[in-house]
Design a protein around this ligand. Structure first.
Ligand code: PBG
Length: 325
């Protein structure tokens, strides 16, 4: 004798159109933010060995690259500078003629409608590679905040559309908001790297920014073991005025995304970081996975977990793949 089930989930899986009709989450081109690396002093793009397909661009090619991306449908980029003017505090970041300010101006001139975000940190601009001023072998929180205020005002003067502080200093959002508002930049939103873990998944990024950083960031970035603190970090930034929250890295932290989604009404971003990118690239190159399927499945997992926005080195590929669907 056979028993027949009353309810059959398979009824809505029978055809492609039915499956599309009942799909709960979707990827749209405007969900994606592409990180861009710009290196001072180079004449031609340089391939990043640990991140196949990702390049560091010379400043002279930034405008052209952004125009190409805008034509393809990339709506937003986040700029990272690779500085040749490093010092112990990262002072080039608050120089109106420094690399960060120049890149923002070049980007806004080339593609005025594209959303230009600056990664606001110091690690690409300090000779020791830490994300702030070092006192007694540790990053000094409060003097780093003062420098960060100078940096974001410089970025605002250069025309940036959104500020994205990634240094994990306590009080950074309040300090940035106060600085921007006092200079009349009340309209510039802050996307905080609000819950950022001290992660081995950033390994290839260090190669990308040519950092000679040898230590750890364990005294300012979060312990990957901590879930309650992960929510508290993002809620703290929301309370200080962050407009968009972020979890970083992505795939290993889907539970954290869900917690923050349920605990906050702010838009939520995730950073699919360099190590996640490099792992997929390596597996694809070895012929053991299908790259496009793996990437799209990873992205929809971020959406299902509760993310609105995704920063990923795959943004251009994804936008092209979505056109094929
Ligand atoms: C700098 C910064 C890092 C990343 C983004 N901004 C590196 C770090 O914190 O060590 C990582 C990006 C990636 O791995 O793709 N504060």
């Amino acid at each position: 004798m056979t028993t027949t089930p009353d309810f059959r989930f398979r009824r809505l899986r029978r055809t492609k159109v039915l499956r599309q009709l009942v799909r709960e989450n979707h990827l749209r081109p405007e969900d994606f933010i592409l990180p861009i690396f710009v290196e001072e002093g180079i004449q031609e793009p340089v391939e990043i060995a640990s991140m196949p397909g990702v390049k560091r661009f010379p400043e002279t090619q930034l405008g052209g690259e952004l125009r190409r991306l805008w034509q393809l449908g990339v709506k937003a980029v986040i700029l990272f500078g690779v500085s040749q003017h490093k010092d112990d505090c990262g002072s080039d970041t608050w120089n109106d003629k420094g690399l960060m300010a120049r890149c923002i101006r070049t980007a806004k001139a080339a593609t005025p409608d594209m959303l230009i975000i600056s990664d606001n940190c110091f690690c690409e601009y300090t000779d020791h590679g830490h994300c702030g001023v070092v006192h007694d072998n540790d990053v000094d929180n409060d003097s780093t905040l003062e420098n960060l205020q100078a940096q974001v005002i410089t970025a605002a003067r250069a025309g940036v559309d959104m500020i994205a502080p990634s240094g994990m200093m306590d009080g950074m959002i309040a300090a940035i908001r106060e600085a921007l508002d006092s200079e009349g930049y009340t309209h510039i939103p802050i996307m905080s790297y609000s819950t950022k873990f001290a992660s081995a998944f950033y390994g290839p990024f260090r190669d990308a920014v040519d950092s000679n950083f040898k230590g750890t960031r364990n005294t300012y970035q979060m312990d990957p073991a901590n879930g309650r603190e992960a929510l508290a970090e993002s809620l703290q930034d929301e309370g200080e005025g962050a407009d968009i929250l972020m979890v970083k890295p992505g795939m290993a932290y889907l539970d954290v995304i869900r917690e923050i989604r349920d605990g906050s009404n702010q838009p939520l971003a995730v950073y699919h970081v360099s190590g996640e990118y490099a792992m997929i690239k390596a597996a694809a190159a070895a012929g053991v996975i299908d790259e496009k399927s793996i990437v799209l499945e990873s992205m929809i997992a971020f959406k299902r977990a509760g993310c609105d926005l995704i920063l990923t080195y795959y943004a251009e590929d994804i936008i092209n793949w979505l056109k094929e669907e």
